[in-house]
Write a protein that binds this ligand. Structure first.
Ligand SMILES: [Zn+2]
Length: 489
């Protein structure tokens, strides 16, 4: 902690954390930290032993404050209370999630509902309102579901070049624009963070909906949002590439342990407990070596193997990362990318390393002049360059995605620049967008992160799991349709 900064801000924190049951049988407690400004969170989010989910995002509250969600141990909560005990401007309390019994979590499927790739998945958009799906797919079912779409619905799947640390063979798939891989412009991935349950399901059921509606000549309905058959055909014609389970080792472990596991399971840097694994979403080749590129005051990732944001041993050191990147080589005209995460209720758009600026082309992530200066939000020492037309385009698509998710009628979502409260390095979305400048000759890709669900609610109830399918699927529809309107070439 940086005591001088804390003293300047006069931070206050009241000890209102009760001793509840904790979240689903492990020692992390979901908490809500409140403060009058986002600046009040600056020191807390700099601590890389704390777990803020995908990224630390401060959301405005109805009463004009800001709220930051985290998963903390009792010891960490006590430490924060101690640090801030003499003040009352910052408060920490248990999230209502802390009281939820593990039995309330949506179950993981047992067996194989898709019968070894013979029974086609059926999404919610093609079924009667109120229909629900009874469980989250297990790892084998994710493969089986895609195999069924290959067998019965015209999808083509392919094996990715690198096996995971635990020996899993990875696959992705494509559909909609024929055999020419240069005709595919939309790319979605899910399951990067193991504990974010339902991500692969959201994606697979949406693809199943598109193909079923296309075949039957019908449209799609997600709550109060409806789409025509012509819109379904428009989305498919844009060419859809999907990588539904980026982190099978992590998901296998999380589903068997319910330990809120986030990273992969590589033991190269740590053999036991939390020291196992790399955060795939800090491992991509975008300002990966953050110690060099960012201000020393910022922690966009972590060099500590036991951190939830451990960046690995090199840029793209992980098989999952290399496989993810290989898809851009196979489909060279991908223009729009979405990485599906939870849980925060937002759509994040570029950039994630610093505030955006559209005036100084020389101030950019490739320039050594700015090494050591990046990542401090709200300052003028560095802001990341984005062409003005790109800034307008990415925001337009993000806003349309959120409008569709809200339009389902279940809950609210927000759009936010990915840097939010705090920068990140090596993330999927920034990597996607950075390729155009970092690798001469490659296509420009607009990158997004969707964080479905309520903050830190990584294990949804069955009702929430089904709501998430409806909300994300409507979001995917308007994301794709608006992106197509902006342009695919
Ligand atoms: Zn995530």
């Amino acid at each position: 902690m940086k005591h001088s900064v804390l003293a300047t801000l006069g931070l206050q924190l009241t000890a209102v954390v009760a001793h509840g049951a904790g979240h689903v049988g492990h020692n992390l407690v979901p908490v809500e930290i409140r403060a009058p400004t986002v600046e009040h969170f600056r020191d807390i989010v700099g601590n890389d032993t704390y777990d803020f989910g995908c990224r630390p995002i401060a959301r405005p509250t109805d009463d004009g404050q800001f709220q930051l969600h985290a998963l903390l141990t009792r010891e960490q909560i006590a430490h924060i209370n101690h640090e801030y005990r003499s003040t009352n401007e910052l408060s920490i309390r248990e999230s209502p999630l802390a009281k939820r019994a593990a039995a309330a979590n949506a179950p993981i499927g047992s067996g194989d509902r898709f019968k070894a790739g013979t029974v086609t998945p059926v999404g919610l958009g093609t079924q009667a309102s109120g229909t629900t799906i009874a469980s989250i797919m297990n790892v084998a079912e994710i493969s089986s579901a895609v195999n069924a779409l290959v067998a019965n619905a015209g999808v083509t799947s392919f094996t990715l070049p690198y096996k995971t640390f635990n020996g899993a063979t990875q696959f992705a798939a494509y559909v909609g624009a024929g055999a020419d891989t240069s005709k595919y412009h939309l790319y979605l991935s899910a399951g990067v963070h193991a504990r974010e349950r339902g991500g692969p399901d959201n994606l697979i059921y949406w693809v199943a909906d598109l193909l079923a509606a296309n075949k039957s000549g019908s449209g799609l309905t997600y709550g109060k949002k409806t789409y025509t058959n012509a819109q379904v055909k428009t989305v498919l014609a844009a060419g859809l590439v999907f990588f539904p389970l980026v982190n099978p080792d992590g998901v296998t472990y999380d589903q068997s342990s319910s330990s809120l596991w986030r990273k992969n399971r590589n033991t190269a840097s740590g053999k036991s407990g939390s020291s196992i694994g790399v955060d795939i979403n800090r491992n991509f080749d975008f300002l990966w070596n953050f110690k060099k590129y960012f201000s020393s005051s910022e922690s966009p990732a972590s060099t500590s193997p036991s951190s939830e944001t451990f960046y690995g041993t090199a840029a793209a050191s992980e098989s999952e990362t290399k496989n993810h990147v290989s898809i851009y080589d196979k489909f060279p005209k991908i223009r729009w990318f979405m990485d599906i995460h939870s849980a925060a209720g937002d759509i994040l758009y570029s950039w994630g390393d610093d505030d955006n600026q559209s005036t100084n082309t020389a101030m950019n992530f490739l320039s050594a002049t700015y090494d050591g200066k990046r990542g401090v939000t709200g300052d003028t020492a560095y802001k990341e360059y984005i062409p003005a037309a790109d800034a307008t385009a990415i925001k337009k698509v993000a806003d349309a995605t959120v409008a569709a998710m809200k339009g389902v009628g279940s809950r609210s979502y927000i759009t936010q620049q990915a840097v939010g409260l705090y920068p990140t390095s090596g993330a999927t979305d920034d990597y996607a967008f950075s390729r155009f400048w970092a690798k001469p000759g490659v296509n420009k890709v607009y990158g997004y992160t969707m964080e479905f669900g309520y903050s830190t609610n990584f294990y949804p109830t069955l009702a929430e799991f089904n709501t998430n399918i409806l909300d994300t699927n409507a979001g995917f529809m308007d994301w794709a349709l608006t992106a197509i309107g902006v342009g695919l070439e």
